[in-house]
Structure formats: structure tokens, C-alpha cells
Design a protein around this ligand. Structure first.
Ligand SMILES: O=C(O)CCC(=O)C(=O)O
Ligand SMILES: [Fe+2]
Length: 199
């Protein structure tokens, strides 16, 4: 267990619980996991429609679960792959540290600074009320922005480092939005894994 750090930083926020573990995975382990996921995943390029026009989503995605069920949001359907032994073990460790159960992992591959994830909340009804979502970051640093839906002064950002774990819980998905904006900086790729319980 000492391969995983559990030093938690709790961020004090209204209507949300947010916990950050900066060095959850040792850097080398994070790099190896990045390489194996990059290579062994069936990355999906989805399209999004905006005012009737179709665009490529600015990142690649993948879904792992043990239910075999597809997952749909914003007109996108994700087709699952089965957990590898590596992902299953990681899921079990993250379940312990976040005191939650997860049956699905959603992956995002941000190929460069032009890939992004726009303002949204993970509030699909399949996630239930006040879902706990644990988010593991591998590869390049990216900035995570989050803002309260009503309290305009509550707008923050935090850099998600290689090997870090961010745990979103409480009423965060109902009261806050989050995004990974584009950046003009020349940066390497990043893989993000969000652990979710999908009902
Ligand atoms: O890449 C990230 O850190 C955020 C991913 C995210 O918000 C999502 O997949 O819903
Ligand atoms: Fe999200």
C-alpha cells in the first residue's frame, strides 16, 4: 500500500467536497501506466453537434466497465471494454481511498494543448444524486477550472499533476461546473481517468 500516497488536501468550498492527493501515484508508476493505457486502449473519436454542424470532440475517449453497458451523454454513446487486471487493481485502491464503489472508468486522452473539455457537470441521471467521482491524472499538467453555478465569486483553478488524484463529491456536480481549457503552451499528452458508479 505504501506505493500509494494518501496525503489528502481538502478544499473548503460551499456546496461541494473536493479532495486532492498530489502524489497519489509515484511519478515512474504514473508514466508506465500512461504508456500502457496509451498503447492498449481502443481510443474513440466522437463527434459533437453544435447548431446542426458536426465537429470532432477535442480529445479521444474510452470507457471501461464490468457491466458491458454502453454509456451515453450529450448524444455520444460510449462502447465499453473490460477492465484489465491493472485497471481493476487501481480501481480497488481508489475505492478504498475515496470510500466509494465504482463500476466504470471513463478515459480522456488530451493529445496537446488544443484538446480540452468544456464547462460541464457530471450530472447525468445514471450517476445518481451527489456522485463521488475520482479523477486520476497521468502525463502533462493541465489546469482544472471550477465555478459555482450561482455564487459568481466562487471560481477557482488547480493544476492536476502527473500521478495526482482529485476526488469530487458532495453536491459538487449539482452546484458547480468544471472544465479543462485549451492552452497555447506547447505541452505533451495527458490521460485522465474518471472512476464512476453508473446505475
Ligand atoms: O480531464 C479532466 O481532468 C476532467 C475530465 C472530466 O471532467 C470528465 O471526463 O468529465
Ligand atoms: Fe467532468
Amino acid at each position: 500500500m505504501d506505493l500509494f500516497s494518501t496525503k489528502k488536501t481538502h478544499l473548503k468550498l460551499p456546496d461541494a467536497e473536493l479532495t486532492y492527493i498530489a502524489d497519489f501515484l509515484p511519478k515512474k508508476k504514473a508514466e508506465n501506466l500512461f504508456e500502457s493505457l496509451k498503447k492498449n486502449t481502443n481510443w474513440q473519436q466522437d463527434t459533437i453537434s453544435i447548431f446542426g454542424k458536426t465537429y470532432n470532440q477535442p480529445r479521444l475517449t474510452a470507457l471501461f466497465n464490468n457491466t458491458g453497458k454502453t454509456y451515453s451523454y450529450s448524444n455520444i454513446t460510449m462502447y465499453p471494454e473490460a477492465f484489465s487486471k491493472e485497471l481493476l487493481e487501481l480501481k480497488q485502491t481508489i475505492e478504498k481511498i475515496s470510500n466509494s464503489k465504482f463500476n466504470s472508468i471513463l478515459l480522456n486522452l488530451y493529445r496537446n494543448g488544443q484538446d480540452s473539455n468544456g464547462w460541464h457537470a457530471d450530472n447525468e441521471k445514471e450517476l445518481g444524486t451527489n456522485p463521488t467521482i475520482a479523477s486520476l491524472s497521468l502525463g502533462a499538467d493541465r489546469v482544472f477550472h471550477f465555478k459555482h453555478r450561482q455564487i459568481k465569486s466562487e471560481r477557482h483553478k488547480i493544476t492536476l499533476a502527473n500521478g495526482s488524484l482529485l476526488i469530487m463529491s458532495g453536491a459538487m456536480q449539482h452546484n458547480w461546473l468544471h472544465q479543462i481549457p485549451k492552452t497555447k503552451k506547447i505541452i505533451k499528452e495527458r490521460i485522465n481517468l474518471t472512476f464512476r458508479q453508473i446505475y
